[in-house]
Design a protein around this ligand. Structure first.
Ligand SMILES: Nc1nc2c(c(=O)[nH]1)N[C@H]1C(S)=C(S)[C@@H](COP(=O)(O)O)O[C@H]1N2
Ligand SMILES: [Mo]
Length: 353
């Protein structure tokens, strides 16, 4: 079975099925520095695997000493805890036209949890990467078929990237053992990278001497313009700001109603390519600077605020972030075939009364 082409039509039953399995962050939950686990966005390609009590992490391939580690073994290693902002590479996909058929995210596929684990680098040193190691392949316990390719979910990192000190083999999220849907018993955390790199239900780490060519590496997560385009790999998170929609919501349309007068607009901003240097609030197309708070951590979003003197009538609020690498969010989203790395500015329609 090939891939369905992007569509100009209405949402399909398949997209709805994905949308009900995979939840987004309710935007009002941007109020929390650290997203409560039950509000953290979720993306599961296949089924949440049934994990055997005899689970061990296998570390092998081009190493001096293959390892087999239990959760207790991993817990006995050096322990690190810090907040990391995760965002799905497909966030914003549903706004593209034509629309790539996949999980139909709007703006909400982002969250920040506090992750605890042991640095991957220490485990790789223990195993001893032999000369010639180019990449590490991380394989999950989940198995399925995507566009005709049957595989275990797997992704790789280059050996240099894998040795970065902030990369974690994480066994806790927000101070608790991982919940089944977030990767119990162990997942990879790759701060700064889009979600696909953070392999859940980790079963094996393999040192390889050639670039990994698995489905999730060489087909799925690419910036490409047409089906057979070899494309460019998706990696780090592009800058984005989101606001908590102000006032109260209309149940069906989610349109907002706000009382006239001074309103404090509050949001979050993040980038995996640099630090956030500027956030702007747009009111009916006029941009003003927002006030930036301190990031919750080196790899976590920051809080921003902006004052708005709301006058009665219909308004459109928007926000956009820029990072220290010179990236700014686009007002018009360049299109790509799979809807990856979209970071169009958010817009919120508001009625002030
Ligand atoms: N094994 C495995 N790991 C995975 C996935 C998956 O389907 N299987 N989904 C990836 C994607 S696309 C994202 S966006 C993140 C989502 O992590 P979360 O569900 O904990 O928010 O997990 C990643 N890790
Ligand atoms: Mo994702």
């Amino acid at each position: 079975m090939g891939a369905p082409e992007p569509t100009e039509g209405p949402l399909t039953a398949e997209e709805l099925q994905l949308a009900t399995r995979n939840r987004g962050l309710p935007l009002e939950a941007l109020r929390y520095d650290r997203t409560p686990t039950g509000l953290h966005y979720l993306l599961v390609h296949f089924d949440i695997p049934d994990v055997d009590a005899a689970w061990r992490l296998q570390v092998g391939g081009n190493v001096s000493k293959a390892l087999e580690l239990s959760l207790d073994d991993l817990r006995a290693r050096p322990r690190r805890t810090f907040p990391v902002t995760l965002e799905c590479a497909g966030n914003g996909r549903a706004r593209l036209f034509p629309r790539p058929i996949s999980q139909p995210w709007l703006d909400e596929a982002v969250s920040t949890a506090e992750w605890t684990g042991t640095p991957l680098g220490g485990i790789l040193e223990e195993a001893g990467l032999k000369p010639g190691t180019e990449e590490l392949v991380f394989t999950g316990m989940d198995h399925g078929v995507e566009k005709g390719y049957e595989h275990d979910y797997a992704r790789s990192l280059t050996a240099a990237e894998a040795m970065r000190p902030e990369i974690l083999l994480a066994y806790e999220m927000n101070g608790q053992p991982l919940e089944p849907q977030h990767g119990f018993p162990l997942r990879l955390i790759v701060p700064g990278w889009y979600g696909m790199a953070h392999v859940k239900w980790l079963a094996r780490i393999e040192a390889v001497t050639k670039p990994f060519e698995g489905y999730q590496q060489k087909m799925a997560y690419l910036y490409k313009q047409f089906s057979d385009d070899p494309g460019q790999p998706v990696g780090r998170i592009r800058p984005r700001a989101l606001m908590i929609p102000p006032g109260f919501a209309d149940f069906l349309s989610r349109r907002r109603t706000v009382e006239r007068g001074r309103v404090e607009i509050v949001g979050r901003a993040w980038s995996g390519l640099g630090s956030i240097v500027q956030v702007e609030l747009g009111v009916d197309g006029e941009w003003r600077l927002a006030k930036l708070g301190e990031p919750a951590g080196r790899f976590a979003w920051l809080r921003w605020t902006a004052e708005w003197d709301a006058a009665p009538g219909e308004h459109v609020l928007s926000c956009r972030a820029a990072d220290s690498a010179g990236n700014i969010q686009p007002s018009e989203q360049p299109w790509n075939y799979q809807g990856m790395g979209d970071n169009l500015i958010q817009t919120v329609k508001v009625t002030v009364r």
